[in-house]
Every structure is written in structure tokens, then in C-alpha cells.
Design a protein around this ligand. Sequence first.
Ligand SMILES: [Zn+2]
Length: 309
Amino acid sequence: MLGQPALWKALQRGFESGKAAHAFLLVGQRGSGKSTAARFLAAAALCRAAARPCGECESCRRVLSGTNPDLIEMKAPDTSKSGSIGVDEVRELTRELSEKPFGGGGRAVLVQGAHRMTPAAQNALLKTLEEPGAGTVFLLLAEQEEAMLPTIRSRCRLVRLGRLSLEEMRRGLLARGVPEAEAEALYDRSDGILGRALEIRGNEEVQKMEAFCASLLGGGGEKAMIARLYEAAKFEKPEQALFFDRLEALLRQELTRAERQGESYASPGFTSLALHSMMKEMLLAKKRLSSNVSFASAIEPLFWRLFGG
Ligand SMILES: [Zn+2]
């Protein structure tokens, strides 16, 4: 497990002493390692060795290979257009939980995309959370904590997965065969999120979008601004998401640089204040987009800000 070593040790001890929480809410953005963390906790919950998870017993190996029948995964059905998890999925889960565990020991329930559960589904899950069968551990994976009902949150041990340090990122990348020389640049571009760094690496579309975003910070007057806006107006949905994602990473990168260099920060020459206001404008643009205006109208004020500095 990368990052927060003390936390993982403490959670591991909880399982070893039988004092672990029976529900965990793992919160972190996409690529922050929620699934890996959940598998680690599930293995610890189901393992019967003294030091858990041992990583070697049949139960551990089956958790890691995704074939342990006592690890039940719940996610939005492929048929769900909105990608949400509804009451039906929770009912199916409750039915499964009413049967005896295969291994005769405990059971772990992993909910992928828990932030996509409808309020009704969360309420339905609440009952099961309140009276879990003996040895059942719930692992809820969510991108936004606020998407979970307070009643659910209050019953879960909250684990936040955030950015890694540069050193942790280096170790994580190395373990996945990425040369050390690439670590630092990937760290800046991915905001310290390992999954994102792996996604970015060698991805041409991402690189193109990064170049586009960088060109927005260059200034160049009204004409250049309008030409860029015209270009962006043609972005399809996935590109729109990628645009916001890459622009945010770029602004963060510039902010870190500005804060590190202080007065001597000159390239591309914005003050921290200006960068903060760009970031704010970007969040507003995202908000406008979600309230059904066109992408071009949503981002126009942002483009003025980016070009104006
Ligand atoms: Zn084990």
C-alpha cells in the first residue's frame, strides 16, 4: 500500500485483533487507488492468518485474483443509462447476504462507485449496514464524500485516499515498470494520483489536450482567444471532461511553481492570485456546463480570464 503507512498498519491491526470497523467508506478521486485499498482490506477481513492479510493463503490469493466467492462486488448494472446503483441492486445484495458464506468465515462487500447510489438505494443499504451478518465487512468506494447520505457516512470508518508524495509515486511507478526518469514529470502532470499518471503516460490524446491547455495560458489577444474558443466548441463529451481535467492539473502545477518560486516566478508570468481566479472561473464553467448550457457558452468567460491573465 502506497501512502499513509501508519493508517494501513492500524487498519491491519484492527482486523488481526477482531476490532476492525465493519464498514469503510473509501473516498478519493478516480485513479487514487480506492480499488487497491479495498482489495487490501477485503483480504485482511477474510484472511485467517495471524498477520493479515498474509497474501499467501487461498483466501488472500483469491481476493487478489478476483475469484473469492466471499467477496461480493456491487456496481451499477451495465443496463443503467445514468450509471446509478438503484434499489434493485441492493435487494439482490441483501438476498446474497442471507445465504451462508462459502468459506464458512466472514464476507466482504465491495461497492464500486458508491457515490452513484440513489438516495433510495442508500436507504435500503442502511438497514443491512445497521445489522450486518457476523463477520461481514462493507467497503464503499466513492469519488465524492458528499454524495453519501449522512446516515451512511456516520456508520462507516472514513478513509481518504489523496495525493502521494513524489517518493511514493516513484516507488509505485517503478513497481509497474515505469522508468524512474519519468517519475517527476508524471508526478506534476498527474497531481500525485498514481492511476492518473499511468493513464497519462504515452496517451496521445492527453498530450494533445495538455498542449491545447498550455496554449491558452499564453495570451495573444482577442483574435487568438476566439480561434481557441472556436476549436474547443467542437469538443465532444469525453474531450470536454479531459479539457477540464488537464486544465486543472496545469493550473495546479503552475500554482505550485508560483508558490515555490515566490517573487521570482515569471513563467508564464501569472501571480498566484491570477491563477487562483482562473481556477475559480474553471469551477464556474463546469457548473454552467452541468446546468445545460452549451460547452462553448460555458467556457467563454473562462477563456477571457485565461487570455487576460
Ligand atoms: Zn491470508
